[in-house]
Structures are given as C-alpha cells and as structure tokens.
Design a protein around this ligand. Sequence first.
Ligand code: FES
Length: 105
Amino acid sequence: MSADGFEKIADVSEIQPGAIKVAKVAGSEVWVANIEGAFFAHPNKCTHAGGPVGKGKLNGPVIQCPWHGSKFDVRTGEVVGPPAKVRLPSLEVKLEGNAVLVRVV
Ligand code: FES
C-alpha cells in the first residue's frame, strides 16, 4: 500500500461510464463506478446485511443491492430505496494519469 493510502484499482479505460469494477484491496473488497465520467468508490458491503452491493445493477446513478434490493445513490452513498437505512460509506477516489486510485485507509 502506498504511504497516503491510495491503491490503484483499475485503468480509467477499464471502467467506462455506467460500469463498475469490484477489486480487493488490503484485504477488503471495494467497488468503483463510473457515473457519467466521474468515479465513485464504496466498500463492497451493503449496510443492510453485508451483501455485495458492488455486484448489483446500476441504473443511472443508482445501484441496487443483489441480496434484498436496497437502492443507493452511488454519488453520495445515500439510501434511495429500502430495506437499508444507513448510507454506504464513500471512499476517496483520485485519478493519476490513466490510473483510478482509491483510498482504503
Ligand atoms: S444486504 Fe443489501 S439489501 Fe440486504
């Protein structure tokens, strides 16, 4: 891991608008989504019951957890559909050249 906690997750070209990449970093899974050219990252753990929310279906800026259907706004992590009540934590993302980096600590 780099000194500032950022780890490369993907090349920018790997995550096209509307796409998601799930990656394992420092022992935990995270996912990064491209929403109209902006990248957003969250832990791959639904706040409802720990489901792999990053494997869910993306519809515009909203992702739906594959386990029980909670919906979250990827840009903010806010819950936009039940049963989840707690927003998804957001992870810091930065671009360096052609690399997408996520801060995992
Ligand atoms: S674990 Fe995601 S909706 Fe239940």
